[in-house]
Design a protein around this ligand. Sequence first.
Ligand code: FMN
Length: 169
Amino acid sequence: MSTLVLAFHPKFNETSRIGKALAEAAKAAGATVVDEYAEYPQFNVGKEAEQARVDAADRVVLLFPFYWYSSPALLKQWEDTVLTPDWAYGNAHKLIGKEFQVAVSTGSPADSYTPEGKHHVTMDELLSPFATMVHHVGATWVKPFIVADVNNLSDEQLAEAASEFAAQL
Ligand SMILES: Cc1cc2nc3c(=O)[nH]c(=O)nc-3n(C[C@H](O)[C@H](O)[C@H](O)COP(=O)(O)O)c2cc1C
C-alpha cells in the first residue's frame, strides 16, 4: 500500500517537534512525505500536482498541529483548491477506494477534549469537518492518530508515538 503524508505545518523544518518526528517515522516506513507550506508559501496550491500525488496513493494522511481547534489555514486552501467536482465529487469520484487519515498533535491534554474537560468538546467533534469531507468524496475515514499534551511529552514518549504511527500506516 502506498502512503502519502501531506504535512501542513507553517514551520515544519524550523520548529516542528511532533509533526517532524511523525513524518520521519512515516518516511522510514516507506511513505512519501510532502511539506505543503514549503511547496506553497504563497498559498497558490497546485491543483493538478496535488491531484496527481493523491491519485498515486492508496492512503493519504493529513498531518498537522492543531491550531485553534482545527488545522493550519493551508489545509483549508488545499481542500478548496484540490477537491474539485471534476475529480473528487460531482462528475468524477477519483477518491473512492482510498483511505484518508488525519494525524494531529495538540498542546492540550487528551482529557481536555471531553464534554467534562476544559474545551467541552471531543476531538471527534472538532475533526468532523474532515471526516465529513472524506465521507462526501467516497473515501474511507481511518481513525485519527492523535498525539496530545505535546509540551509534556518526553523524547521517549514521542519516539514511541512515532513508531506506533508508522506501524499503523
Ligand atoms: C497558532 C496556534 C494555535 C494553537 N491552537 C491549539 C488548539 O486549538 N488546541 C491545542 O490543543 N493546541 C493548540 N496549539 C498547540 C499546537 O497544537 C502544538 O504546539 C503543536 O501540535 C505541536 O506540534 P509541532 O511540534 O509539530 O509544532 C496551538 C499552537 C499555535 C502556534
